[in-house]
Design a protein around this ligand. Structure first.
Ligand code: GRF
Length: 217
């Protein structure tokens, strides 16, 4: 992490006026915290109908319903088994949609669609993700379950730059969370989210304010 001060900060802030989109699929509690903290979110994008969209509507944040069903996603199938999903079409369409609205940085907050090269060719190095484990440990969809299964005593959360390779991009921030003996996936995930909410909001605020620079990718 690189902090900028004084004159450098002023110069940097005039150069970098970011416009933020938050991408959601689920319960949206990270988004809810960002909204309650007054983070200037330009757009909320959802890949399916979800609570995050309703939260955005209530807070009068602009929304894009960019639903993956429109690109062949089958709700009845597993997340990892979607033979008819046009991932490239979805990714290119999403990138164009964000581009048209002048979005310069996007933050996935529980966004569950893996994006393909068509997205990254437009938004390379400016897509952030938050993952409920201390990467590079426990990549993938079942990070909390995998940490419990492995019997680790410490897990946590990672904010990183999303790249084509899943959960492998440069790390921006991490914070540790203790695993309790009686933890379930739900109890542990909720304790991780309690750490994630203020951490993600702070990182994004610093980024928008120009006091944090994204790592090279
Ligand atoms: C968070 O734990 C985040 O790390 C993961 O998805 C969860 C989102 O939670 N990628 P919510 O939908 O904001 O409650």
């Amino acid at each position: 992490m690189k902090h900028i001060h004084g004159k450098d900060l002023e110069a940097h802030m005039t150069k970098q006026a970011h416009r933020l989109a938050v991408l959601v699929s689920g319960s949206g509690t990270l988004l809810e915290h960002m909204i309650s903290e007054g983070l200037p979110i330009d757009h909320v994008i959802a890949d399916k109908p979800c609570r995050g969209l309703r939260l955005a509507k209530k807070a009068r944040v602009k929304r894009i319903e960019f639903f993956r069903e429109d690109y062949g996603w089958d709700q009845a199938r597993q997340w990892s088994d979607q033979p008819n999903f046009n991932r490239e079409g979805f990714s290119e369409g999403l990138a164009s949609s964000l581009n048209e609205r002048g979005i310069t940085v996007a933050a996935m907050a529980g966004f569950m669609t893996i994006l393909s090269p068509g997205f990254f060719s437009v938004f390379e190095g400016v897509l952030l993700n938050i993952h409920p484990a201390l990467l590079p440990a426990f990549k993938g969809e079942k990070a909390v379950q995998d940490a419990l299964d492995a019997g680790v005593k410490i897990t946590g959360t990672t904010i990183h730059i999303a790249t084509l390779e899943l959960d492998a991009g440069p790390i921006i921030e991490q914070e540790a969370v203790r695993v309790m003996d009686d933890d379930t996936v739900d109890s542990l995930h909720e304790r991780i989210k309690q750490v994630e909410r203020p951490l993600y909001a702070r990182v994004l605020r610093e980024l928008l304010g120009g006091t944090r620079i994204l790592p090279p990718h």
